[in-house]
Design a protein around this ligand. Structure first.
Ligand SMILES: C[S@@+](CC[C@H](N)C(=O)[O-])C[C@H]1O[C@@H](n2cnc3c(N)ncnc32)[C@H](O)[C@@H]1O
Length: 274
């Protein structure tokens, strides 16, 4: 016997609400996950079951809806995740931008779905000193989930979170807490990043153009229609030869002729694209 009753109808309602709010598709196989994540909310709100929670959500949208969506998003990330992308940035992207952007001296990178910030901070570490000091290099980091974004902005990580970083990186970019349990990102690294809350399915307030967009391990939760729309919108906000990086299990169909595939889930916008 489960703690809270969750009927097929309750699950369908939840799946519909989540899909229309943020594009995340909750199939039957996600039922356990949805149960355990929302059970916490139900307990906290001292409600009796999922039906009561849905009623509560309906009557208290302003207070509860963000927490509802935050509970559903999956935020797994790490520093230098899919390290080949950061190697490509160093070996190919930076040299290319030093040529193509030499007149504007402007570089814009968007970490779309940045979760708790490891991705944009890894970008900032990679780009440090890569461009002359009179260049304007900025990273925009956005996520829908207000909890992870707050964590990203704070820039405080546990020893386990920074496990993959070497001693030189840790010394250079982090301040260790007195008890040795936490690592705080130094201001110097944070300066180049703007954190903003943004639902990818809604209007984007920024104009771009971006030289690189990382949308990694985000579209895996979307259906084809949502993905296709997003890839088109990314093409519109990318620079003429801008890059789009997806996550390791994500790909773009051949119909997206605005992009050339560079392999390893990296794509480049271009005239002679497929
Ligand atoms: C698994 S994390 C990926 C983090 C990082 N990009 C990486 O690859 O390590 C996916 C992130 O996408 C965000 N997300 C999901 N749907 C979104 C939407 N519609 N708009 C903005 N962010 C969304 C989630 O909140 C979550 O933090």
């Amino acid at each position: 016997m489960r703690e809270f009753l969750c009927t097929d109808c309750d699950f369908k309602k939840i799946a519909n609400l989540v899909y229309s709010a943020c594009g995340i598709v909750l199939g039957e196989h996600k039922r356990e996950m949805v149960y355990s994540r929302l059970a916490r909310r139900i307990r906290e709100r001292k409600l009796t079951d999922f039906k009561a929670y849905l009623e509560y959500l309906d009557n208290n949208k302003d207070q509860e809806f963000d927490a509802f969506i935050n509970a559903i998003t999956t935020n797994l990330t790490s520093f230098f995740r899919e390290v080949h992308h950061f190697e490509f940035i160093k070996s190919h992207l930076v040299p290319a931008l030093l040529k193509t952007n030499k007149d504007s001296r402007r570089v814009r990178i968007w970490s779309a779905g940045c979760s708790t910030g490891e991705e944009p901070y890894s970008l900032a570490m990679t780009l440090n000193n890569a461009f002359p000091s009179n260049w304007d290099v900025k990273i925009l980091a956005t996520d829908l989930d207000s909890n992870v974004l707050a964590k990203a902005q704070k820039g405080i990580y546990t020893a386990a979170n920074v496990n993959g970083l070497d001693d030189v990186q840790l010394k250079r970019w982090f301040l260790k807490s007195k008890n040795g349990e936490n690592y705080k990102v130094k201001d110097k690294l944070q300066e180049s990043i703007s954190f903003r809350r943004l639902n990818l399915l809604q209007d984007w307030p920024m104009k771009g153009p971006f030289d690189l967009i990382l949308c990694r391990n985000v579209v895996i939760y979307f259906d084809k229609e949502t993905k296709d729309q997003l890839f088109k919108r990314y093409a519109n906000i990318l620079n003429e030869h801008g890059y789009l990086f997806l996550g390791h299990s994500e790909s773009m169909g051949k119909e997206h002729s605005q992009y050339n595939s560079l392999g390893k889930t990296m794509y480049q916008k271009g005239h002679n694209a497929r």
